[in-house]
Design a protein around this ligand. Sequence first.
Ligand code: HEM
Length: 459
Amino acid sequence: MPHPPGRIPVVGDLMTVTSQTPIQDNTRLVRELGPIFSKRFFGNDIVIVAGADLVAEVSDDTRFAKHVAPALDRIRGAAGDGLFTAYNDEPNWQLAHDILLPAFALQSIRSYHPAMLEVANRLTVAWDGAATDSRPVEVTDDMTRLTLDTIGLTGFRYDFGSFESAEPHPFVEAMVRALAHAQAKSRELPWIGPVLNRGADAQFAADSEFMASVVDEVVRRRKDSGDTSTGDLLGLMLNAPHPESGERLDEINIRNQVITFLIAGHETTSGALSFALYYLAKNPAVLQLAQAEVDALWGDQDDPQPTFEEVGKLRYVRQILNEALRLWPTAGAFAREATVDTTLGGQYPIKAGQWLVVLAPALHRDPVWGDNVEAFDPSRFSPERMKARPVHAFKPFGTGERACIGRQFALHEATLLLGLLIHRYRLRDDADYQLKVKETLTLKPEGFELTLVRRTAAE
Ligand code: HEM
């Protein structure tokens, strides 16, 4: 199997493992080494897969299943057997999956729409103020405020009130540090690393504890309210029995699920929105097409309040989001393990139990996407062009039964907001921002600011 040049006995490919941007480094390596390669780190081999044909194979549920890779496994220190971090054979996965699935049905997402809109309005109030003062906005921070408040209100009827504060909510700070720590531990040297990182490990424990305390407060408030409805995620967790067995989630598992949804329910959507805004600011021709789409719906209305159905009509805006997720899938990698002895690509024997990493940004730059893979071109997601491409060439939401349960939730929330922003503002990139992607298990543009100008009916 191909591997990076310069492999050294004992330490292996140490020099290619130590950076803070493993997803971007590995994506570059795919260009040199091809669609599958391995990395060795003190005797442990990691296989990275990026070719569309190979990813189609590892997406075959008769041969492969989800693997909780080491970085994700460390998040279990905070989220235990919550849906995202549960091992396949933990009974709580199926139990919680079945109980919580109704929260992601179309009808449920329709019921979240008013809260999503309310939070979008909080953002536009803040951005109108910045526009009036010609003050740039910190895009990624504000997208995080928006997505955290949205999952809080829709999933838990809990208001984080993020726009009321100049600083991010302390939950976000603890979470970002915990995710970054889980990623950093992958490059920890054996023996000496745990000693050197004692402080960081203690901080991770403290951050996990703090997140748990926020969750306990969310749960306590609901219990105190005496509300026993099942209309949102927390209601289902507390009050819904399993539809067949009648079994319920236990208290520890509920805590794990709440942490899971507070993290998974906002962090990646925030990055996706930030990247989409970055590409809109850099691609005036795309922005113009998107403006034409939103103007056809809301014309010269000063403050449109989109309906649920209208969001479904924003087809081109949805294509913009997909194209942003193609170039920067904000959950950049997921892992699969062989459930049987098998052969990959007709030549690489894989033993049952062996796991591989699917590197989404590299898959999304596979030759099946054409010659100019770095170009931002939302028309790649027109229905005709999608039909012409292999289905497994696009995997921002993972694959199989452990794929993202919140996908439609995220897409509705993000399309609604992008549509509103495109209609309302001209996006000025006064600082000529150069994209720098920060990796803390998820991907986000770092230090991205925009200056906003309210559009008028004539523009
Ligand atoms: C799983 C991506 C939004 C909740 C996943 C996985 C990916 C992903 C790649 C699979 C991970 C793996 O195989 O190890 C994304 C992206 C999002 C997004 C890119 C936004 C653009 C959301 C939202 C929610 C959510 C909004 C909840 C409201 C979850 C959960 C899982 C998951 C609970 C675990 C599912 C299971 O294993 O049963 N997500 N996600 N995600 N996602 Fe998302």
